[in-house]
Design a protein around this ligand. Structure first.
Ligand code: HEM
Length: 224
């Protein structure tokens, strides 16, 4: 018997659903990060609260681990659906056009792929920087404010540059991703598509601005 394949529509819904979960995390994380403008005590308190969330029903850091498991599953499913859909799209286009510039038509797909890889590398570095503290000059789990300020110190401009480039990559990825998710989930009329484009642009710009504000605030001495 032939092995049953997941339909492309199901894979697209999986991509859209996991993408939306990741965007929700990004908004929650950005809101938490903006607490840095309230002050060191507020930011550290928020960090501790994250670990205590769900207690006493859950053990300490229980919620954090559930969130980590959920994010890992969502990222893996998102990548799995992306790879299978990209392979199917390639298989459906039997012969390459002889005289067409390579990037035409597939520009969004290319930036999505490399954007995704950059984001993945960024997340690995970011966890080593601000969660485990391995590559952070302070790396004190109890004091996330101090870690952030030390991490974006002017002398570590190359780290800040990497963050900025990665966050811009997140922005591009989201602009196309949110639009695609909205289209998958039903905004298919021309008016709906225009609205989906606008929503995707606004949400991406808000996220990029929110995330970038933290390293820039440290760099300019507004947060110290
Ligand atoms: C400049 C922007 C950012 C700042 C200042 C920042 C700050 C932080 C801090 C302080 C933590 C550790 C929280 C703690 O353990 O108390 C953290 C964890 C994390 N951040 Fe960010 N973050 C930024 C951008 C991002 C972006 C763009 C992503 C995703 C693409 C991201 C994903 C994560 C993840 C997955 C964790 C691990 C959460 C865990 O411990 O399970 N962050 N971030």
């Amino acid at each position: 018997m032939r092995k049953k394949k997941a339909s492309s529509v199901a894979l697209k819904i999986l991509m859209a659903g996991t993408g939306i979960l990741l965007v929700l995390f990004l908004f929650a994380h950005m809101a938490g990060n903006l607490k840095i403008f309230v002050g060191a005590a507020a930011f550290d308190h928020y960090g501790h609260w994250l670990r205590d969330l769900g207690a006493p029903l859950l053990p300490r850091t229980g919620f954090l681990w559930l969130q980590r498991a959920g994010l890992t599953v969502a990222v893996l499913a998102h990548i799995f659906a992306a790879v299978v859909l990209a392979r199917r799209a390639r298989a459906a286009r039997p012969v390459r056009y002889a005289h067409r510039p390579k990037v035409q038509g597939s520009y969004a797909a290319r930036t999505m792929r490399w954007g995704g890889v950059i984001i993945l590398l960024f997340v690995v570095f970011h966890i080593l920087d601000l969660t485990t503290g391995t590559v952070n000059p302070i790396g004190d789990r109890e004091h996330p404010f101090a870690n952030v300020v030390a991490g974006f110190a002017p002398s570590r401009w190359y780290v800040t540059l990497f963050y900025v480039l990665s966050i811009v990559a997140v922005g591009f990825h989201l602009r196309h991703g949110i639009f695609s998710a909205l289209r998958t989930l039903g905004q298919q009329s021309p008016r709906g598509e225009r609205r989906a484009q606008a929503v995707a642009l606004v949400l991406s710009v808000v996220l990029v601005a929110g995330y970038l504000s933290v390293p820039f605030a440290v760099l300019t001495g507004l947060v110290k």
